[in-house]
Write a new protein. Structure first.
Length: 178
């Protein structure tokens, strides 16, 4: 029997609520929970009988995983200057802490801008190479190409040795050496 109210929508909602309450009372909820628990226990029991392993343990736990090293490919490395500094450093065997220092040098010198140019000198590129230094270490390369500039930075470190090669960037040492 519907409840009579001024609002007919409210009247229909109360009618639906009564029907739901009649079917889903505390007994049906308790039965549903008991059924879930009982079904889970049966599933575990029959699952262990069906598997063809000792002690009921599944085969998946006996498998071993093979971990393979993933080496960064060229398209990833030359995405931008930052990724190229990191990838090239890893390829040359530098650790993450040292590579972070190389990134800080690039940020201190040019904010990693490959087109940066110092108006007071011939310093250009990410690592602000002056013309003489760049041509001595990397003759025939383009100082404005970020890959050539970064490769030249690593070439300086290779030829002069690390950390002695960092003396070329002593002018900005207070900004990157922590």
């Amino acid at each position: 029997m519907p409840i009579i109210t001024k609002n007919k929508k409210l009247d229909k909602r109360r009618k639906v609520t009564k029907v739901v309450d009649r079917w889903f009372n505390k007994y049906t909820r308790a039965s549903a929970v008991a059924g879930l628990i009982f079904g889970s226990l049966l599933g575990c029991y029959f699952g262990s009988l069906i598997s063809n392993t000792k002690n009921g343990s599944p085969e998946a736990f006996k498998q071993s995983l093979e971990v393979k090293e993933i080496i960064a490919q060229e398209p990833y490395c030359d995405f931008n200057a930052l990724t190229y500094i990191r990838c090239r450093g890893h390829q040359l065997g530098y650790d993450d802490f040292t590579i972070s220092k190389f990134v800080r040098i690039g940020r201190a010198e040019s904010s990693l801008n490959p087109l940066a140019k110092n108006p007071k000198s011939t310093a250009t590129g990410i690592y602000q190479f002056i013309n003489g230094t760049f041509h001595r270490y990397c003759k025939g390369k383009n100082v404005y190409d970020f890959k050539d500039n970064i490769d030249c930075f690593y070439k300086v470190l290779e030829v002069d040795g690390y950390p002695k090669g960092l003396n070329h960037w002593n002018a900005s040492r207070s900004k990157w050496d922590i």
